[in-house]
Design a protein around this ligand. Structure first.
Ligand SMILES: Cc1cc2nc3c(=O)[nH]c(=O)nc-3n(C[C@H](O)[C@H](O)[C@H](O)COP(=O)(O)OP(=O)(O)OC[C@H]3O[C@@H](n4cnc5c(N)ncnc54)[C@H](O)[C@@H]3O)c2cc1C
Length: 524
């Protein structure tokens, strides 16, 4: 008998079976066809990388096993999604399409719109569920925090007991899409099981050192939760992590530990707060929040941009902490927040690079690339939002604060291993005789910086203020209205306050109060 009326679950950035509204609904509706599509237009795009694809494949392997436990087969195809769905429909008849909403890039957005139009024409109901705190068609940012809180409180959806299986030939799990980049030797391994283990290990053991350890690249590897790639690809749901964090906070009598857990939960809130910006205004993937800052994007001739960008990407800027961070990122696919911000600030302010190409390099390098967090952060650290203070990270001062003994720098830049502490963060200042003695000739073994830091900071400030001063009040008001965070009753006050104080104390970054705009909080 020919197969008719299948219920297609389209897995995207939600590679799990628990807390999966789309899978649960399809299992109740009839025969289920779980589907993952490696869309060529997504995986050949400028922001995709081999490491991300490998991480996703790890997740798919776990997902396939978990679905098998329910009696279902994960169908994996390399195809244009619209054409694939059309073919499936012509052959088998799609009764319903089920998925989570995605805040992706321009390519996934285009695909979604094409599929939506086609479903409408065919009379196929495509049901999409939110999977985090991002609100589609949000009319008022004022309401957003309350909606986030409600979603995070809602019960986690249980794994369905079983489903009625559909089994078709597919491309299988082994083949990866044709995608640029190298396999990062030390990247995190994907999968539902690993996500659960990383979460449990963080909440029970590593969380003790969270606030103290998240800023230095040395301690952050252990101190941070390391959940970002699992959240980005949905191996665990945000709600699951939020609720596990709350349970842990209730269980512990230790006030200090509760503080760490609250601080971590505030980051989970930022996750959606940032994603909401791209959801509400997709153009910011390509254009500055405040368009006036587009003028900063073309200060250098193309040849100079290419040269500086290349040096920054391959860890040859001549600033040891910057280069060590880039080395770690290129090899492991992860870096802590402060060092990501420093890399971006170095590119945009000191090297005067346009934010989009530098942002693309970071996007490809991050296994946890989440467009909705990434592009607003890239712009925030490049000063183009129009509503934030100017914050320029000084690479030498950051090194003195975050890696005082140069352990991290020496770990990732072997060429500087013999250089003593007194020169380690400014090796270009070493006399030539010492360069010879320590086996690091500047210009041969390690580059001299391309610009003078002090002068570059001065120029960056002048350029930025020149534009910021002419920004009309209505443009500031518009960005604030759409994107700025609002004070929330849903968060522990103590934590946010201490975070803000900490950030204000930071001596290693150059900050100036924005002109007309009120400074709302750490997050904009
Ligand atoms: C230029 C730049 C680009 C970034 N791009 C990404 C990206 O593509 N994907 C991504 O997940 N994060 C991005 N971040 C935010 C942040 O650096 C990472 O989320 C964090 O380092 C991930 O490590 P973790 O999971 O151990 O973090 P934890 O400190 O353990 O935080 C837990 C989770 O909270 C969320 N979170 C933490 N910090 C932030 C933040 N500042 N803004 C928004 N959400 C946050 C993330 O989902 C993270 O996994 C970017 C930051 C900068 C400065």
């Amino acid at each position: 008998m020919p197969l008719r009326d299948v219920h297609v679950v389209w897995f995207k950035r939600d590679l799990r079976v628990a807390d999966h509204a789309a899978l649960s609904a399809a299992c109740e509706a009839g025969p289920v066809l779980p589907l993952f599509i490696w869309a060529p237009q997504v995986w050949s795009a400028e922001d995709a990388s081999l490491s991300q694809a490998m991480f996703v494949r790890d997740c798919l392997q776990d997902l396939a096993d978990a679905l098998q436990q329910l009696g279902l087969h994960l169908h994996v195809y390399h195809h244009d999604p619209l054409t694939l769905l059309q073919r499936l429909h012509a052959k088998f008849g799609i009764a319903g399409l089920y998925s989570h909403e995605e805040t992706g890039n321009q390519h996934t957005y285009t695909i979604d719109r094409q599929v939506q139009a086609w479903c409408r024409m065919q009379g196929i109901v495509w049901q999409e569920w939110p999977q985090n705190g991002v609100v589609r068609r949000l009319s008022d940012r004022q309401q957003w925090q309350a909606q986030w809180a409600l979603r995070m409180q809602a019960p986690v959806i249980a794994v369905p007991a079983s489903g009625l299986a559909v089994r078709l030939p597919d491309h299988g799990l082994e083949r990866l899409p044709a995608v640029a980049g190298h396999a990062q030797a030390e990247r995190q391994v994907g999968g539902i099981g690993v996500a659960e283990a990383v979460m449990a290990d963080f909440l029970t053991r590593r969380v003790h050192g969270y606030q103290r350890g998240i800023s230095s690249p040395l301690s952050a590897v252990q101190a941070c939760s390391r959940l970002s790639p699992y959240l980005a690809w949905g191996a665990v749901s945000l709600r699951t992590v939020v609720q596990a964090t709350r349970v842990r906070a209730q269980q512990t009598e230790n006030v200090q530990q509760r503080r760490q857990l609250h601080s971590f939960e505030s980051r989970l809130h930022w996750h959606c707060h940032f994603m909401q910006k791209l959801e509400s205004e997709p153009r910011i993937e390509h254009q500055s929040f405040y368009r006036g800052f587009e003028a900063l994007q073309s200060r250098l001739p193309d040849a100079a941009v290419a040269l500086r960008l290349q040096a920054w990407q391959v860890a040859q800027t001549g600033w040891p902490l910057v280069d060590a961070c880039m080395q770690m990122l290129n090899q492991s696919g992860w870096l802590n927040f402060r060092m990501r911000a420093m890399l971006m600030s170095t590119a945009s302010y000191l090297l005067q690079l346009p934010w989009r190409p530098s942002g693309l390099h970071l996007a490809r390098a991050f296994v946890d690339y989440e467009p909705g967090i990434h592009w607003p952060q890239v712009q925030m650290q490049s000063g183009t939002t129009g509503i934030n203070t100017l914050r320029i990270y000084h690479p030498v001062k950051q090194a003195l604060t975050q890696d005082p003994q140069g352990v991290f720098v020496r770990q990732w830049l072997p060429v500087l291993r013999q250089v003593p502490d007194s020169w380690i963060f400014e090796p270009w200042r070493m006399p030539t005789s010492l360069q010879r003695r320590y086996g690091c000739l500047i210009g041969r073994d390690y580059p001299a910086p391309m610009v003078d830091i002090g002068e570059a900071i001065q120029t960056a400030k002048q350029d930025w203020f020149a534009i910021r001063q002419t920004m009309p009040a209505h443009a500031v008001a518009d960005i604030l209205q759409r994107h700025a965070s609002r004070k929330s009753r849903h968060f522990p006050k103590v934590d946010r306050g201490s975070l803000r104080k900490k950030s204000n104390r930071s001596a290693a970054s150059v900050s100036a109060q924005s002109l007309a705009a009120p400074q709302l909080s750490l997050q904009f």
